[in-house]
Design a protein around this ligand. Sequence first.
Ligand code: FES
Length: 580
Amino acid sequence: MTFEKKTWPRSLRSQEWFGGTGKNAIMHRSWMKNQGLPADTFDGRPVIGICNTWSELTPCNAHLRELAERVKRGVLEAGGFPVEFPVFSCGESNLRPTAMMFRNLAAMDVEEALRANPVDGVVLLTGCDKTTPSLLMGAASVDLPAIVVSGGPMLNGKWRGKDVGSGTAIWQFSEMVKAGEMTLAEFMDAEQGMARSAGHCMTMGTASTMATMAEALGMTLPGNAAIPAVDAHRRVLAHLSGRRIVDMVKDDLRPSHVLTNAAFENAIRVNGAVGGSTNAVIHLLAIAARVGVPLSLDDWDRMGRDVPTIVNLQPSGKHLMEEFYYAGGLPVVMRTLGDLGLLNRQALAVNGKPIWEGVKDAENFNSDVILPPEEALTPQGGIAVLRGNLAPDGAVLKPSAASPQLMQHRGRAVVFESIEDYHERIGRDDLDIDASCIMVLKYCGPKGYPGMAEVGNMGLPPKLLKQGIKDMIRISDARMSGTAYGTVILHVAPEAAAGGPLALVENGDMIAVDIPARRLHLDVSDEVLAARRATWTSPVRQYSSGYAALYTQHVQQANLGADLDLLVGPRGSHVERDSH
Ligand code: FES
């Protein structure tokens, strides 16, 4: 789709509600005026929705109402009328069974709220992991002018004078407690230091990854992703985004103009360069499908394969988001990719310019944080997509978080039939497992959990941790937190609950993993697998009512983005009827 600026002024969508002297227009305006709005508010100026995921139950987004005020200043200055509205806030740290189960519900909320209301454009206020993809998915399906403003990362975690990364430190410290290297009292003492300010996780976890994805896609103003939540620059960016969305409405610059093949190509490469979360794979597949861009799992491997991971942030590297911001942030990474010929420079951004314009002059102020390509953490970052008889539709692994010695490995399967089975047996001294084994977890995929929980990075058996074992291969249909690490093969598709071959693995089977060859093979004959399939029945609960039923009956597999099948695709902003 090409973008041509529209001539302004033109009739706005919001005027279908507020324009004219008919009974309905009077009614729509009259009720709005109970908020103390002057009559000329409805004179045909752009109505800008501020779609807010603020919630005190989503601590990463708890500061977004203040940020919304900054957006409003910008909207008003540019001649627009800002209206803030809430949507389902998909917070990672509290929601059960998993926030991922509600990403699609939140996206549905955003889509319907945008379409049903008199808005001409929208500012999407995001932060915690799923809040970014859910808002982008909903906005993409409606295709009204939209710009993302992230809440920004927390200040670095600190404990006993050292940096501690949110999420990553939880996994590390919990393993250290099990290995006897840290006391429980010390772990609890570190708790407060891991979340010291407003903002989302400050490792390159899923929230930071999705903020970089939004910027790499061109859906934010340049530099959005890394600015700490409490830095004054974050408020300035919100203010400027408020100004910008008014012009986007005037130009009719919509997500379908920005979210093109070129934009997704750039985002995939940026994900490899920043060592981003495996969750980005699922979210970008879902966003692309909403806008009608044919992105596939294999595109991730093909486009990301030769991208060096140059951002030295936890969990793949050393630093945290604060340092990334001080080093120059994502524009430096995108400039480096451009210099390497790994960026589509012409992709359009929401500022109305080619994305290269916003990054071409970026300077690197700390080459220990944003590494020169020749000193990359790994020369082949990106996401490895594995296939084989264990994952006919694919599985993913993040090479930058994996152990080099496990990249080619054949091991005996130790199978956990559910996450409860894992919890019950992992600590037992009589668990028949050694460091060469491969841990297999079933029924944690989209339909199975339900909601595809972040449990794929199963903690290692305490008895092996005490021997100093730091990593083992783990395979599942689950996801893992973007803050986690290890040689963890995730998103196996089809999942066990959908009857995928993962369901047929038994204790003692041999599994061959070859990451360079992208192969994942269960060394069991087709005849034996057919015999096992003949007696297999799904052990997962079947829901007959409520959102869980809608979700489990319609959720797609991970290789397609785990959206609901009935939500895929663009549906536009047109509403046919007014009930009044
Ligand atoms: Fe919200 Fe990590 S829990 S970003």
